[in-house]
Each structure stands twice: as C-alpha cells, then as structure tokens.
Design a binder for this molecule. Structure first.
Ligand code: GLC
Ligand code: CA
Length: 551
C-alpha cells in the first residue's frame, strides 16, 4: 500500500535518452550509455531519474508517439538492458520513474492499425472517430482531424497526425492503461510522469471551439474534461497497490484545477508540472513568444508556492525536453557561469521536489542552426511555417533559436573530444559547437563550475529541514531585477537573493531583517571575488547569494 510521501524530500534528473549517451556506437543515445553514467547522475546529489519515453516509436514526436507500451525501442536497447539499468539505479539508491503517454498512441500502434480497418472490430472504439470533423485545431499541425481512407471517417489528433487520441471513455482502453501501469510496476519502477494527463477526457459531442482562439480552440473541451477524475481514480487505485509516485504533466493547468488532482476526494496525483512560469517568455511555441519578464516569472513562482503550501507539493523545474535552455532565455549567454548558477539558486530552494533536465547542470545553451530544415521537431516546423509569416526569415529563425524544442535536445556534452564525447559515430543530431568550453569533464575540474554549483545547492537543500519543509515568502515582488525569497522553519530561516540583471544592482534588506546578521552560506561568485558577508548592498551581474539566519 502507498503509505508515504517519499518523493517530497527528493530531487530528480530527467533523461531524454536519444541525446544522453551513446553506449554502442551508432550515434544514438541508449540504455547502455545510461548504464555507464548512473554514477555520474548519482554524484549530482539527486535521488531519482525520470525517463522520457524509451518505448518503440516511429519518432514522429520523438517517443511521445508510442507503438508498443510494453517494450523498449530497439535504438535504446531491450527489456533486459532496461532491467539492468533499473537494478543498478536501485543499488545506487536512485528511484526510476517512467513516462506514461496515454492521451494518444502512435498511428503505427497495433490498436490503431486495427481500429482504422473498420467499425466492427475489437479496436474500433479505441480511438475517437467521426463522420464529420469539428473545428478544433491540433497543437502540432493544422486541423485536429485527419481523414482515414480505409475507415472512411476522421480521427481526432490533438497533437500530430501520427498521434491519434485514445478514446478514454471506452472501458477497454482504461483496462489497457491499467495493464501498462502494472507491467512496469511489476518490473520494479517507482512511478510515472503522466503526459498531458489533464487532456484524456473529452466533452461529449465534441462541440466546436471558439473561433478566436486559434491553435487552442478545442482546449476548453478536452482540458480537465467531464470524466477526468473518475478515470484518474481508476489509475490511482492500481498505483496504490504499489509504492508508486504519480506526477502529472498539466499543460495550461490552473492552481485550482491542479489542487483537485492533488488533494481531497479527487486526489489522483502526487504532484503536477505546471506551465505558468514558462510563460515568462515562450511556452512550447513561438506562438506565445514574448520577451522575458522577471516580474511575471516571480508572480508564477509565488502563486504556486503560496497556493500549494500545506495542501500539496510543487514539482520544480526550469527546463525539460519541451522547454529549451534557460540560460539562453531567462539568463545570459554572456554571463554564462553567473546566470547558470544563479538560475539554479532561483528554483532549487523553493518548496517542492526539483527536477533537473540533462545538460542543465552544466549550463548547456540553445543551439542556433541556420536553416529551419535542419530542425527535426515537428512543432518547430509548424510554428515557423504558420506564425508571424509577415516577419523576415531572420526574425522568424531568431524565434526558433529561442523557443524550439530542439534547442534542448542536442547531444549531451561530456567532454572536449570529437562529438562532445557523446558518441564515436556521427550523432543523430547537431552537437552545440560550444562543447569544447561547456562540458562535464571541464566542469568536474573547476570548483566554481555550474556543475559543482548544482551539487552544492542540492547538498545544502538535502541537509536543511528549512529548505526541504519550510514555508515560502517572497520579498519585493515588483522589483524588476531581483528575486528574493525566504524559507522558514522553526527558528531557522534562509534568504535566497538572485539578480537577473547584467549590471550591478543595489539590494535592500527587507524590514524584517533590519539589525540581523545572517551567515552567507552560498554565493555563485568565486570566493576570492569578495563575496563575503558585506550586508546585502550591491549585487554583481547575475549574482546569487543564500543567507542563513538563526533566530
Ligand atoms: C507532452 C510532452 C511533449 C509531447 C506532448 C504530446 O507535452 O512533454 O514532448 O510532444 O506531450 O505527447
Ligand atoms: Ca546507441
């Protein structure tokens, strides 16, 4: 039985396997490479791994289009190799959670292959078929409906054409989901990250969406749909037979609806990834691209911190396979080390369970390819060819450089040798040309590197009850350069101060701290650079400091 909240005191590392480490020399990351690097992951101070999908997939959406839920993509190894990785991870004390993608399958999944054959086979109702489409747009390409010749009907795909939506109203489909859960739980995995899980129940009749909301016009009818909590309860029941952690991805979720998934009678998830803080510049697409606003970012952080305090638990992140490199977005490539370390401090000390995305810990940055055809992510292509068409090609490419999901998917930079030590062979995707400077080996050797700063932060967090369990409070929310937050527990307080400015900024002490002298426990400028306890005063570009107060 599920009886504890073990995940709350932990932190996780996300692996997007194709670009993590090639272990068998074909230019593609795999489970042999993961096996080699488990000690490295452990050395960061994290407690678990989340695997983005590693199942068989034609890769229309790089793994998020699954053609077999109970197997491993041959590019990445096989079930035996996965079990080897799982065993070693557990020996090292690392939990392992899998991606559960059940809003849709690949169109090459046997269920869909059968379903499209006609209206009277066992899989006919596994998907959402209509004689006439409604006006919904897909989030990834064009209309949300595709005509299928063999069946003579349209199927719904909220994402790509090759990602038909499952019909969760069909009890047989829900039984399939439960069987997938059991398959991996029986093998020993510790939980799931549940992909776009708030989309799985659609409003009956699938009414037309409002015409003035392009791209997301159907969302009001498929986000937090009418039967969502019943279906989620069924899945929760299975997971409750195991010691299983459930983390939902909730695109565009609000605090109010997230709390329904995480608390009370409808509790079906332990945590949720929200998107609000990704709206500080671009979320997913250049469709909502805007220039970065610190005030907006802080507002999003503080909203979730306050709303969940004492009721639920935050999943903290800055990057993942959908949200590109944060130094290039919220920080500064010019102040690469300073902003990379500052950004770590800006979120790792909040209340919640932190997630680090591969490469984030060494400060990888967005890649800038010359031509749109060099990009492989489907949403980048749609964005480029759909939005802002009046702008020059250069301007449109600049937006792709900023927001393409491919920017977060370049091969991991292990060392300064050929292909960044990712593979002996030509990697499947472009390596960022900055790998000679930004790589694990170089940063291991530098005490003041971004990598070692992440380690320091995670270690500090882990040994402090205040940083793990304390309450959160923000100071100076409207300050445009400084993010200052406090964590408090019993008589110990931490104040974390982060400058998001590329020029020196004067920082005031909050009134509550007048006359109190804190101890500087962490600073992202090297020690010899006069980062001592000189009150708050002037902060250098992207400086971050953590003070401890014993009251
Ligand atoms: C989630 C995934 C994203 C994927 C989409 C459709 O948002 O994180 O990578 O493209 O769902 O499965
Ligand atoms: Ca390989």
């Amino acid at each position: 039985m599920k009886n504890n909240d073990w995940y709350r005191g932990m932190s996780f590392y996300q692996i997007w396997i194709r670009s993590f480490k090639d272990g068998n020399g074909d230019g593609i990351g795999d489970l042999y490479g993961v096996y080699e690097k488990l000690e490295y992951i452990k050395s960061l101070g994290v407690d678990g791994i989340w695997f983005s999908p590693i199942y068989p997939s034609p890769n229309a959406d790089f793994g998020y289009d699954i053609s077999d839920y109970k197997n491993i993509h041959p590019d990445y190894g096989d079930l035996a190799q996965f079990q080897k990785v799982l065993r070693k991870a557990h020996e090292l004390g690392l939990k392992v959670i899998m991606d559960l993608v059940v809003n849709h399958t690949s169109d090459e999944h046997p269920w869909f292959i059968e379903s499209r054959k006609g209206k009277d086979n066992p899989y006919s109702d596994y998907y959402i078929w209509r004689d006439k489409p409604n006006n919904w747009k897909s989030l990834f390409e064009g209309e949300a409906w595709e005509y299928d010749e063999s069946r003579g009907q349209y199927y719904l795909h909220i994402f790509a054409k090759k990602q038909p939506d499952l019909n969760m109203d069909n009890p047989k489909v829900r039984e399939e989901v439960k069987s997938i859960l059991r398959f991996w739980l029986d093998m020993g995995v510790d939980g799931f990250r549940e992909d776009v899980i708030n989309f799985i129940s659609k409003v009956e009749g699938l009414p037309d969406g409002l015409p003035f909301l392009p791209a997301v016009n159907g969302m009001p009818y498929y986000k937090d749909g009418p039967h969502i909590h019943e279906y989620m309860a069924e899945f929760r029941e299975v997971c409750s037979e195991y010691d299983c952690f459930q983390l939902g991805e909730g695109p565009m979720t609000t605090v109010k609806s997230a709390l329904q998934y995480m608390t009370g009678d409808t509790k079906s998830l332990d945590m949720m990834f929200s998107f609000d803080h990704m709206m500080a510049d671009c979320v997913y697409t250049e469709y909502v691209h805007r220039s970065f606003s610190l005030v907006k970012l802080k507002k999003a952080f503080t909203k979730w911190q306050n709303a969940l305090n004492g009721r639920a638990w935050n999943a903290l992140y800055l990057e993942n396979h959908d949200h590109p490199r944060v130094i290039s977005r919220y920080g500064s490539e010019k102040y690469w080390r300073e902003s990379g370390t500052m950004l770590a401090a800006s979120y790792l000390f909040q209340q919640g369970t932190p997630f680090l995305y591969q490469g984030q810990e060494i400060g990888m940055t967005n890649i800038r390819l010359k031509h749109i055809d060099q990009y492989v992510d489907i949403s980048s292509h749609t964005n480029f060819h759909t939005y802002h068409l009046k702008d020059s090609i250069e301007k449109r490419m600049a937006r792709i450089h900023h927001s393409s999901r491919d920017s977060a998917r370049t091969p991991m930079q292990w060392d300064a040798t050929k292909n960044a030590g990712f593979s002996e062979e030509k990697p499947w995707f472009y390596v960022n040309p900055n790998y000679k400077r930004i790589n694990v080996e170089a940063e291991e050797a530098d005490a003041d590197s971004i990598l070692n700063f992440y380690r320091k932060c995670l270690a500090l967090r882990k040994k402090s009850k205040t940083l793990l369990w304390g309450t959160y409070k923000e100071y100076f929310p409207s300050n445009e350069h400084i993010y200052m937050y406090e964590r408090a527990y019993q008589n110990i307080r931490y104040v974390i101060i982060c400058s998001f400015a590329s020029h020196p900024v004067r920082v005031m002490k909050p009134k509550e701290y007048y006359g109190r002298k804190g101890k500087l426990v962490l600073c992202n400028y090297p020690k010899d650079a006069a980062c001592d306890d000189r009150g708050y005063g002037w902060f250098r570009p992207y400086e971050a400091r953590v003070y401890r107060f014993d009251l």
